[in-house]
Design a protein around this ligand. Sequence first.
Ligand code: MTE
Ligand code: MO
Length: 415
Amino acid sequence: MQNKIPLSRRHFLRQTTLTTMGFALGAPIVFGHFMPKGLTPVALSNGASFDSLPGKRPEMIVLNERPVNAETPPHLLNDVLTPKDLFFVRNNGLPPRRDEINADTWTIRFDGEALRTEKSFTLAELKAQFKHYTYQLTLECGGNGRKEFNPPAKGNQWGLGAVGCAAWTGVRLKDVLNAIGLKSNAVYIGYYGKDMHLSGDPDKNPISRGVPMSKALEEESLIAWAMNGEDLPLLNGYPVRLVFGGWPASCSGKWLERISIRNKVHDGAKMVGQSYRVPCKPVAPGSKVEDKDMCIIESMPVKSLITYPKSGAQIKAGKQLPINGHAWAGDLEVAKVEYSIDFGATWQACQLKPPANRLAWQQFNASVSFPQKGYYEVWAKAIDSNGQAQPMLLPGWNPKGYLNNACHRIAIKVA
Ligand SMILES: Nc1nc2c(c(=O)[nH]1)N[C@H]1C(S)=C(S)[C@@H](COP(=O)(O)O)O[C@H]1N2
Ligand SMILES: [Mo]
C-alpha cells in the first residue's frame, strides 16, 4: 500500500529536507527514510564531516559547515596569486554538487526590465563569441575582520583571511551586455546562482546581489570560468561566476545562471535591509540603525596584510627581520605602505610594487631592525591614492560588522 500513496506535500518536504542534508554531508543519506524525524545527522552537529571542503587545503580555518565558510591563515596568503586550494570560501546557501553541474551545457540567461531582449548563452557560446581577458582581481568579503568589533556583530566571525587575489579569466560583462543591447534605463545588475537556500526551498535564493551599471561596465568586470589558469574550484563557483574586483565579494555571484538588468537598484536576497550595508553616517557603537539610514557598500576600504613572517615568529637579537605582504584599496590604488614596531608611535616606509593591473593587490616589503631583546608587534598600514589610511585599531562600528580595515598586527619575539 505504502507506495500507492500519492506524493503528498508532507512527503515532498521530508524528501527535500533529506536531500538538503545530503548536500551538506556531501553524500546522500542512504537509509534516510528510516531516520527519526527532526534528528540532525551527527556529522552536521558535531563537526565531523566528509570532505566538507573539497579541493581545499586542510590548513583552511573552517568557521561553519552549514553553510560552508572557511578562511585562509594570513601566512598562507604569501603568494602574489592566491592558489585555488587556499582561496577563502563564503557560502550563503548550499552549493550545487559537482555531479549536478555539466559545464558543457551550462547556460546563463540575461533578462530584466532594462535589456532590449532576453537572451541565453551557453558557457561554450560565451567562450566562442567574446574576447577573453585575464586580470588579477582582489576579492574580500565585506565581513572580513568582523570578529574584532565590539559590541560584537552577528554573522561569520571572520578573522583576517576572507580575502584573496587570483588571476581570473573570462569575458567582459560589458561586451556581452552591449551585444545583447542595454536600454537607457539600466541602473543595476542582479545575479542568480545555482546554489540552494538553506531551507531547501527552491523558490528562495540564498543570495542575489549585484552592482550598479558603472561597475558592471568596467573593463575588469568579468564573467569568469578560470582561476590561475585552471577551472574554478567547485566551492568558488564552478563552472562560472562574476568577478568584481575591489567591491565586497558578495557582488561576485558564483555558479552563475542568470543576470537581470534592472531599471532600479536590484532588490534580490541580501541587497535590502541591513545586509552588506553600513550606516550612511557614523554611529555610536551598539546603536540600532533603521534600514533607511543604511547605505549599500560599494568600493572596499584600503587594507593590508603581513603574510611573512607568521605572527609569533622569533628572531635572534641583532638580526634584521624581512617582512612582506599585500595591500589593496577597493577601486583605488595603494599609494604607500608603512610599518611600525612601537604600537603606531612612529612609522617607517615599506617598498611597494605597482599593481599588475587595476584592482590587483600590491606587494610590499621591508627589512625591520629591533633596538633590543623583547616582545614587539609589527603593524602594517596602507594609504590609498586619495590619502586615506587604515585605522590603527578599529574603524567606525556598524551593526553588521562590515569593513574592518584595521592595521594588521603580528607578534615578534627578539631573543
Ligand atoms: N551564488 C552565490 N554567489 C556568492 C555567494 C553565495 O553564497 N552564492 N556568496 C557571496 C559572498 S558573501 C562572498 S564573500 C563571495 C565569496 O567568494 P568565494 O567563496 O569564491 O571566496 O561570493 C559571493 N557570491
Ligand atoms: Mo561576503
